[in-house]
Design a protein around this ligand. Structure first.
Ligand code: ARG
Length: 575
């Protein structure tokens, strides 16, 4: 164990027990970073209340019982009873050396859980929009992180591949011809394809009639109709995959598990709910009414599971996803990375699944709520003409803007290399902007801010990391990395920060909040900058100091690169 806060917490707990008895085993030592010492333990205050003794006296007793000479310099007390804990330089240095020798860099391997994670979920024959971008990017960072922590992550791309619009889409596909340029729009500009189909549907009654007949044929499983439908899906997933590759997202065709895959299970699902008395027919629709879910004027809000026309909605398919993930995928934890406006809907789905007995009490489904992406005008991001922004074009613009910066800053680099760096920086900037704020907060999509070389941005971290690569390159082949021995305060701060990496990754996995890793990496890069400003590395006179500082550089580099990788952001070797 090398996370300083966790090590100190265990020692303080031991001291509390030996001073006050085993009744207090497992008490939270309340270790917090502090400006007066590396950390403070705030446990004496709460303990004093329980014991009915003055906090200062309790703190004295804890300090007297503490066995930390190997770990801390003398322990002091400040304020009403805070225990100040300052780690020994040797301890920090030794742990940093362990971390450098550890291929996992101090990230623990947790007891493996099976974790289906539902993210991205774009719709067939529709452009992906920035909302999909965000659930894709956040979901992918969570999938990568949980996998790295040792879990079996099962990606579930719940694409919108079913429903009444498929009647008109299939009829349009037939009219234009399956291998026509118009059909090819599904791969390059799906909204154009959709709108052309829509225009025919709205404008030609005989077309609309055929489209409605097509829906019936599709639902009845007509072979020819299914083949055409399948062609639509394949072209659309070709488009999704192009965006995923452009983004560096790990989703593949193996992860597709769209709405249509649940069709066969929906009638029985409704029957079971009805038989159990959980669903009732109301105004022709089959509905579940749940305690505690009421709308305006206290009117109960139903979860509609079969509409009055016999069709099924999101509520029904989402219930089916739970059953599938519990029964077939044997989930320990189920994650839904979906827009925040869907929160009420998902809570009703989860509650219904519990009542129906499909979601055992030990399995906690989690809705990772994704906040809206706004334009600089403060409204939901749209292009000027009000149509949804094309994601491919948006990513292209990010790379172009990054290219302008890279071309100006590094004209001497080979043009292919510059283009590769621009891709890493442009895409990294967009993804990092999604990740670095709380996933449930709204944020403003602003190219200038996300591409800035200062502040909590991908380019800042990528630049810091490229700078370290350059130091290590200049150090030469026999780099001369040696044992970390701490002297200067900036070295100590950097090493202490590095030791917090494992805990930061664990926190992302526990709380499902990637922005915590961003905050950690940003702070690490800042500590590195102060270290590098005050401690010469290659020009250090004493060879032992030089090799220790090179080791700190190497460790910082590995943590930055791996941390960015868990977020899905590439760290270019030069910048
Ligand atoms: N396809 C839907 C949309 O684009 C999102 C589906 C979210 N996932 C789910 N399991 N309901 O709005």
């Amino acid at each position: 164990m090398s996370d300083p806060a966790a090590v100190l917490s265990a020692r303080v707990q031991q001291a509390v027990q030996s001073a006050f008895g085993s009744d207090f085993a497992g008490i939270d030592a309340l270790i917090r970073p502090s400006q007066f010492a590396d950390f403070q333990a705030n446990v004496a205050l709460s303990l004093a209340k329980r014991l009915g003794r003055p906090p200062r006296e309790v703190a004295d007793a804890i300090v007297a019982a503490m066995d930390v000479d190997d770990l801390c310099s003398p322990v002091g007390i400040s304020g009403p009873g805070f225990v100040n804990l300052t780690l020994r330089d040797e301890w920090i240095g030794d742990r940093a050396n362990d971390q450098l020798a550890d291929e996992r860099l101090g990230v623990p391997r947790q007891d493996p859980q099976r974790i289906p994670i539902d993210y991205s979920a774009p719709n067939v024959a529709k452009e992906m929009h920035v909302g999909h971008l965000r659930t894709t990017v956040v979901g992918d960072a969570l999938a990568r992180t949980l996998e790295h922590l040792g879990h079996l992550v099962i990606r579930q791309n719940h694409i919108g591949d079913w429903g009444t619009p498929f009647g008109m889409l299939i009829e349009h596909l037939l009219e234009v011809g399956e291998s026509s340029n118009e059909a090819g729009l599904l791969r390059s500009d799906p909204n154009a394809f959709y709108q052309a189909a829509r225009a025919k549907f709205d404008g030609r009654e005989e077309f609309a009639g055929r489209a409605r007949g097509r829906v019936v044929a599709l639902q009845a499983g007509d072979a020819d109709t299914l083949r055409l439908w399948d062609g639509l899906i394949t072209m659309s997933t070709g488009y999704f995959n192009r965006i995923y590759r452009q983004l560096g997202v790990t989703l593949t065709d193996d992860d597709l598990m769209g709405e249509s895959r649940y069709n066969d299970s929906l009638p029985a699902l409704c029957d079971e709910l009805e038989a159990a008395g959980l669903a009732v027919v109301s105004e022709g629709a089959l509905c579940v009414f749940l305690d505690g879910f009421t709308g305006r004027e206290g009117k109960p809000v139903p979860l509609i599971i079969r509409k009055s026309d016999g069709g099924y909605g999101y509520g029904t398919t989402d219930l089916a996803t739970i059953r599938y993930r519990v029964e077939q995928l044997h989930a320990d934890r189920i994650i839904y990375v979906i827009g925040a406006p869907q929160h009420l809907h998902l809570q009703m789905v989860f509650a219904t699944a519990r009542l129906a007995g499909w979601l055992p009490p030990e399995i906690e489904p989690v809705h990772v709520q994704i906040g809206n992406v706004l334009g600089t005008d403060g409204k939901i991001l749209k292009s000027r003409s009000g149509v949804p922004i094309r994601l491919g074009a948006l990513l292209g613009e990010a790379v172009e803007r990054a290219a302008a910066v890279v071309d100006a800053a590094r004209p001497e680099l080979d043009s292919d290399l510059r283009a590769a760096v621009a891709r890493d920086v442009g895409i990294g900037a967009v993804k990092y902007a999604d990740l670095s704020v709380g996933h449930d907060t709204e944020y403003t999509f602003d190219f200038d801010r996300m591409l800035a070389l200062t502040g909590n941005t991908a380019p800042y971290l990528q630049y810091a990391s490229a700078r370290i690569f350059s130091i290590l390159r200049r150090a030469g082949a026999d780099t001369g990395i040696g044992a970390i021995v701490l002297g200067e305060p900036a070295e100590r701060r950097l090493a202490l920060e590095l030791l917090g990496y494992g805990a930061a990754v664990v926190e992302v996995g526990d709380l499902l909040e990637p922005h915590r890793l961003c905050t950690y990496l940003f702070s690490l890069a800042q500590s590195f900058t102060s270290f590098y400003d005050s401690c010469p590395v290659l020009r250090a006179e004493d060879p032992a100091v030089r090799s220790s500082r090179l080791a700190l550089c190497a460790l910082t580099s590995r943590v930055l690169v791996q941390g960015l990788q868990l977020l899905g952001v590439n760290a270019p070797a030069q910048m």
